[in-house]
Design a binder for this molecule. Structure first.
Ligand code: HSE
Length: 442
């Protein structure tokens, strides 16, 4: 078969589905597939049949599941002739990549919730899907059932996306929200998130921003028709945010959120470039994103014709993720029955990914300085010597009169210049300590 050709099921033949992985999401996918089988038949135009479920532990008790469906040989299940669509909800990178490529190369469509895999290997996956003329769907990879992938791929396909930004990680939003609303420390808020089951036993991927960075890579790629991989995304997590940072922000009407920000900028050569980044960000407390509480997600999309759109909802968990997987499954199955393919990745714009040092950002710098006459003027001079304009400067008296707390908010400047400025402040004899540096948006 040549690239782009698609095949249809023989009339009346059920679409065979294999589910790889039976954790929280896989269990819910299987349950909904069974319970809503009649609805799916109507929506698809033919029946769907679950051919098998790949699990790592065959001995585990799985109430209500026909044991004959279970296998621990995922690759053989993928390669079965009666499997037309493979749903991957295992997680990880190398093993699911092998299984998904095997499925695509064998002409099976794939639905995956795997953001880390899509963000790291989108080119290889997309090429395999194109070569086989099958679908590769991954709505569940970004913010679960919030339909942001489908919106970028289909609903806004005729528009030009300027900026995509928002809260795409529920665990870190829960932690920052708890710190903001109760004054809790980072450690206590993380412990609470773990106790309530939001944070994993190993919370690294969430709190270091890696999960959000994978989502940012996917959103930027779709929005800007340019391949942006995980490694292209600047990523900084929330582990250094303190109760003092939250308090200082609140006092001046700001809220700290972990934002994913994907945008187009103009490079020095006048050409458009793309940038994607994830970092704690101060936003005005009046901004709608500031009131996104608990583990909710919210994403803004600024499009040339559509204007500013906001998508809000539960971005994680078994049920919402399964909902997104099933929506994709209906699409893939419809294409198997009726022919055609869903819009795939388009990277025609092929814009350069900007060096993060060249991206315009704004800093909120909290520091302790020597309390001597002229220190404020000297520090302001250092900023202006670097061409960095100051928006506000606030001084707070400290108990020890040898110190003053200085909080500086800059206007936009090159990220690299702002970083150099912080290094210069840290080296200055007048600055006893740069307590925190947080970027600002809006
Ligand atoms: N762990 C993620 C979150 C959900 O907390 O939002 C899966 O990406």
């Amino acid at each position: 078969m040549t690239a782009q050709e698609t095949t249809t099921q023989p009339a009346g033949k059920p679409v065979g589905v294999a589910v790889l992985g039976m954790g929280t999401v896989g269990t819910e996918v299987v349950r909904l597939l069974r319970e809503n089988a009649d609805d799916f038949t109507h929506r698809i135009g033919g029946p769907v049949e679950l051919r098998g479920i790949a699990v790592s532990d065959l001995g585990k008790d799985r109430p209500g599941i026909d044991r004959a469906l279970l296998t621990d040989d995922a690759l053989s299940l993928v390669n079965r002739d009666d499997v037309d669509i493979v749903v991957e909800v295992i997680g990880g990178i190398d093993y699911p990549r092998e299984l998904i490529l095997a499925a695509l190369n064998a002409g099976k469509s794939v639905v995956t919730a795997n953001k880390a895999l899509v963000a790291a290997h989108a080119d290889a996956l997309s090429e395999a899907a194109d070569n086989a003329g099958v679908d590769l769907y991954f709505e569940a990879a970004v913010a679960a059932a919030i339909p942001v992938v489908g919106m970028l791929r289909r609903s806004l396909a005729g528009d030009r996306i300027e900026r995509i930004f928002g809260i795409v990680n529920g665990t870190t939003n829960f932690i920052l929200d708890a710190m903001t609303s109760t004054g809790a420390t980072y450690e206590d808020a993380l412990a609470e998130a773990t106790r309530l089951g939001y944070a994993e036993a190993d919370p690294t991927a969430d709190v270091e921003g890696h999960d959000a960075a994978s989502k940012a890579a996917i959103l930027a790629s779709l929005g800007f028709h340019t391949r942006v991989n995980f490694d292209d995304v600047y990523c900084e997590g929330i582990t250094r945010i303190t109760a003092e940072d939250i308090d200082a922000a609140t006092k001046v009407g700001y809220t700290i959120k972990l934002l994913a920000i994907c945008e187009k900028i103009t490079g020095d050569d006048g050409e458009e470039q793309v940038t994607a980044r994830v970092h704690p960000t101060l936003i005005p407390s009046s901004h709608p994103l500031a009131s996104v509480s608990k583990s909710y997600n919210a994403i803004y999309v600024d499009a040339e014709a559509a204007g500013s759109l906001m998508f809000y909802g539960n971005g994680a968990g078994g049920d919402p993720t399964a909902s997104a997987v099933l929506g994709d499954l209906v699409g893939a199955a419809r294409n198997k029955v009726h022919g055609g393919r869903a819009p795939g990745d388009s990277t025609y714009a092929n814009l350069a990914v900007a060096d993060f040092g060249d991206v315009p950002t704004r800093y909120h710098i909290d520091m302790l300085v020597n309390d001597r006459t002229g220190v404020l003027a000297d520090i302001a001079t250092r900023f202006s010597a670097k061409g960095i304009s100051l928006r506000t400067v606030r001084q707070e008296e400290q108990e020890r009169h040898s110190h003053a707390r200085l909080i500086v908010v800059t206007h936009q400047a090159r990220e690299a210049d702002l970083r150099d400025m912080v290094a210069e402040l840290e080296a200055s004899e007048d600055v006893q300590k740069v307590s925190s540096v947080i970027r600002l948006d809006g």
